[in-house]
Design a binder for this molecule. Structure first.
Ligand code: ATP
Ligand code: MG
Length: 430
């Protein structure tokens, strides 16, 4: 029988010793979003396949090649979400959130699934921190959303992430552009891959997103959308740039950004580090209507958390320390072990992290374990300590020992000593 101890290709485990990194980014990202007035939204992992086909776009790589579509006997077809926006917009329509005051602001941390070629920075299950702002067409909202994404990078402490922006216009200016693109690429049809032949007929802008080197080369001198913007879209883009300047947010205009999803209109942006897009987003003014809701402008971004963590690791950013054991209670003999169990529970009751022996080990291996988990304090109790009603509490950092009462006063004594020594070490700047 084939081994079932291997995870599927393109997925990752986060082992307990590493999970503090995830806790750190999840907390800091959520904190940034809350400071901008975003509230968390939680939606299902799978949705009707049609939702993604409609929103992400039939001609995109995501829909054409990358969706994980599942069926259960006798049920309809569902797809594991390849991105977060579509499900969140579906939920906003379904729950009547669009009848409430605007703008509505929601964030989420979700896993996404895409059947991609696995390589550095590209997984089949990955995680996104996403933010969506609904109900405003004002360019100031675009600046706000970009500023929020930027603030996440600042909050986690990474540097050198570059912001590129572009405008891909509205359906009005885009039709002239699509035509110009079609003419341009039709003249170079012989150099294009099979997929691009189809794209040329159905959605020429997707050609600019093709990863095949020959197609990239053929697109080198392609017309630029920015030269085809209508007056309104031009003014919108100018206002956004002005607001970014006012906020001191540095950016570059990259006229080649088109993004891989069909629902974008006007502003699109990417935050890039070391050649990888850590965050991508933009405006999608037509999406809600396309999904059957009232015409409502909206925008947002998705930030890849694996990529974010990997940049943080490379830059030596600080992650919040995992919980550290406050006290390990080592015991000799059954009566002491019973008391250790009760003492650990008492300490946890007042918010300390305490452990005791659960394996039935002797003192030496218990001490080894206490060291391994990095316990700040250790106490050893046996029959002598039980009958004396007190024991030695050892500070594992300094080696200092103090007497601590084991009876009713135990938790109180521990708290007093712990608090005093915490202050001391702060005073010493340790
Ligand atoms: P890329 O250009 O790298 O393929 P994308 O344009 O497909 O990215 P989006 O769909 O906008 O990306 O998703 C937003 C973010 O999610 C990306 O910027 C990236 O950080 C992350 N992301 C997308 N696909 C993957 C993947 N397969 N593995 C890991 N992270 C991903
Ligand atoms: Mg992609």
């Amino acid at each position: 029988m084939a081994l079932i101890t291997k995870r599927p290709k393109g997925t990752a485990d986060v082992v307990p010793a590493q999970v503090y990194k995830w806790h750190t980014v999840e907390k800091l990202a959520a904190e940034s979003a809350e400071l901008y007035g975003f509230k968390e939204i939680r939606v299902p992992t799978f949705e009707d396949t049609g939702l993604f086909v409609r929103s992400v776009g039939e001609t995109t790589d995501v829909v054409q090649k990358e969706m994980y579509t599942v069926t259960a006997t006798g049920d309809s077809q569902f797809t594991l979400r390849p991105e977060g926006t579509a499900g969140v917009m579906r939920a906003m329509i379904e729950n009547g959130i669009l009848n409430e005051t605007f703008p509505q602001k929601a964030y989420y941390i979700v896993s996404c699934f895409r059947h991609e070629n696995v390589q550095a920075g590209r997984l089949r299950e990955f995680h996104q921190f996403g933010c969506e702002m609904v109900g405003t067409a004002a360019p100031r909202a675009d600046a706000e959303v970009i500023s929020l994404a930027r603030s996440v990078f600042d909050n986690v402490g990474i540097e050198g992430v570059e912001l590129n922006i572009n405008s891909i216009g509205c359906p009005a200016c885009r039709s002239a552009y699509q035509k110009a693109l079609k003419d341009y690429f039709t003249a170079r049809k012989d150099c294009l891959c099979g997929d691009c032949h189809k794209r040329l007929e159905r959605n020429p802008m997707r050609l600019l997103d093709c990863k095949v080197p020959e197609c990239k080369e053929a697109g080198k001198d392609a017309p630029l959308i920015i030269d085809y913007l209508c007056e309104d879209c031009k003014a919108h883009f100018e206002s956004l740039k002005k607001d970014l300047d006012l906020m001191g947010i540095k950016y570059k205009v990259d006229p080649l950004i088109v993004r891989g999803l069909d629902y974008y209109t006007r502003t699109v942006f990417e935050f890039i580090k070391d050649g990888l897009t850590v965050c991508g987003g933009g405006r999608y003014d037509g999406l809600i209507e396309e999904l059957g809701g009232p015409a409502t402008p909206a925008l947002g971004f998705g930030m890849g958390l694996e990529r974010l963590i990997s940049v943080m690791e490379k830059q030596g950013c600080e992650f919040a320390k995992p919980y550290q054991c406050d006290l390990y209670i080592a015991s000799m003999g059954e009566s002491a072990a019973e008391r250790a169990m009760q003492m650990a529970a008492e300490l946890r009751g007042i918010g300390y992290y305490a452990e005791h022996d659960l394996v039935g080990r002797g003192i030496k291996p218990q001490m080894k374990y206490a060291n391994k988990i990095g316990a700040k304090y250790v106490i050893v109790i046996g029959d002598n300590e039980l009958s004396a009603g007190s024991a030695k509490l050892k500070n594992m950092n300094t080696g200092a020992e103090q007497t601590i009462r084991l009876g009713e006063k135990f938790a109180e004594d521990f708290e007093t000593i712990h608090t005093a020594e915490c202050f001391e070490s702060v005073d010493l700047g340790q």
